[in-house]
Design a protein around this ligand. Structure first.
Ligand code: RFL
Ligand code: PHB
Length: 390
């Protein structure tokens, strides 16, 4: 097979880039290890920034998002038995975020790829990258009994944190920066009316909790759990009881519960690999960086990579200008690190760390007290949460 751009990974990053390139007449192929049902069964992000939404519209995939997604102009932080509101709209100069599930967004991207007869190959096994140091790379994979080779100009590694792309870069080239947190998030999806029209991030000595949603009939809740916990350890009843303990009593009182339709544990991690380019391989999204979900930055950071990469590819194919490709890694990383900082800060302020000193807890109290007494602090939070400019 021959194509211009071979994209490894059919998650949101890979599909969005595929769709944008296709609209510009740039031929590409997406290789995805899992089946489509599997990809659409993963429950992940829920909060999108406007830059991401804009990219979805540019990819002609924004219609359902604009119809069904909810605009959120603020959220709550519950602490010390009270609820303080972060007025995103006011402190970001009129901006907001969109609540629209990653599952739905990925479904929209797949449908757009189908409509345009884009090539997305599912269930590929043993993906290998070849000759990425030079200008004639290729990617091979196995599907059933057949081994296929894709020759291309560029390879995009959009295959998530556990993908093969980053690992194909020779040792010594990448610098990796990592911070693993001593806890995870246990998430539950339930077909119930959300407890609050806006998200509630709750700090509690028993551990962090988050009340989120996908729609007015679909709720998403999380609680911080030790890394040693297993999903099987948590019955629905235990989950709801623990969530109630961690939110203010008036919230607990109106929480509607029901059977979980999905339940999973995600460990929290911060990770960045530098540089994001090696020869003709470009990394994007979770393949190059991970944040703890507290600041809702993961998917949004992937979107800015795709924005830079898309424009860099356009420069190359349309204008014969490689400056975008050459500058991609530095440009993407500058924004990635700001999302890292913000996610680390939100995580540190709101979670209960098993080994924390009394001193650390005092600093957490002070961070919250400062936040809700300083317009400058509020502006900083709002500016980061709605998304820094691309
Ligand atoms: P993905 O979604 O992991 O997709 C990568 C795809 O590559 C495939 N793959 C391979 N394909 C071929 N060959 C191989 N060798 C392959 N290895 C892997 C995988 O099957 C997969 O389909 O990465 P991508 O596209 O970069 O997207 C990143 C986002 O998924 C991620 O950043 C967000 O979900 C993070 N995140 C959130 N981000 C936000 O911006 N806002 C949020 O509110 C938010 N909430 C969350 C989150 C992540 C969470 N978890 C579970 C980690 C909440 C949670 C709980
Ligand atoms: C979610 O709804 O899954 C969600 C929302 C906000 C976050 C993380 C996850 O910060």
């Amino acid at each position: 097979m021959k194509t211009q751009v071979c994209i490894i990974g059919g998650g949101p990053s890979g599909l969005l880039l595929s769709q944008l390139l296709h609209l510009q007449g740039i031929d590409n192929v997406v290789l995805e290890r899992q089946s489509r049902d599997y990809v659409l069964g993963r429950i992940r992000a829920g909060v999108l920034e406007h830059g991401f939404a804009e990219l979805m519209r540019e990819a002609r995939c924004g219609e359902r998002m604009d119809r069904e997604g909810e605009i959120h102009e603020g959220f709550f932080i519950a602490h010390d038995g009270r609820m303080d509101r972060v007025d995103l709209h006011r402190y970001s100069g009129g901006s907001s975020v969109i609540v629209y599930g990653q599952t739905e967004l990925t479904r929209d991207l797949y449908e757009a790829r189908d409509r345009m007869q884009g090539t997305v190959v599912h269930d590929v096994q043993d993906v290998q990258l070849h000759d990425i140091a030079g200008t004639s790379p290729s990617v091979s994979y196995r599907k059933g009994d057949e081994r296929v080779r894709v020759e291309c100009d560029f390879v995009i590694g959009a295959d998530g944190f556990h993908g093969v792309s980053r690992k194909s870069i020779p040792a010594g080239v990448l610098s990796e920066y990592e911070k693993v947190y001593p806890f995870g998030w246990l998430g539950v999806l339930s077909r119930t009316k959300p407890v609050s029209p806006e998200l509630i991030y709750a700090r509690h000595e028993r551990g962090f909790a988050l009340c989120s949603l996908r729609s007015q009939v679909l709720s998403r809740y999380y609680i911080q759990v030790p890394l040693s916990d297993k999903v099987e350890d948590w019955s629905d009843e235990d989950f709801w009881a623990e969530l109630r303990r961690r939110v203010p009593s008036e919230v607990a009182g109106r929480l509607l519960t029901g059977p979980s339709i999905e339940k999973s544990i995600a460990p929290l991690r911060s990770f960045v690999a530098e540089p994001m380019r090696y020869g003709s391989l470009f990394l994007a999204g979770d393949a190059a960086h991970i944040v703890p979900p507290t600041g809702a930055r993961g998917l949004n950071s992937a979107a800015s990579d795709i924005h830079y990469l898309y424009h860099a590819m356009l420069g190359h194919y349309r204008d014969g200008d490689d400056s975008g490709l050459d500058g991609y890694s530095a440009k993407a990383l500058a924004r990635v690190w700001k999302a890292q900082r913000f996610s680390w800060w939100m995580t540190t302020m709101l979670h209960t760390f098993p080994d924390s000193l009394a001193y650390d807890r005092k600093l957490q109290d002070t961070d919250l007290a400062y936040l809700f007494s300083s317009e400058a602090a509020m502006r900083s939070l709002a500016e980061n949460y709605v998304g820094l400019p691309f």
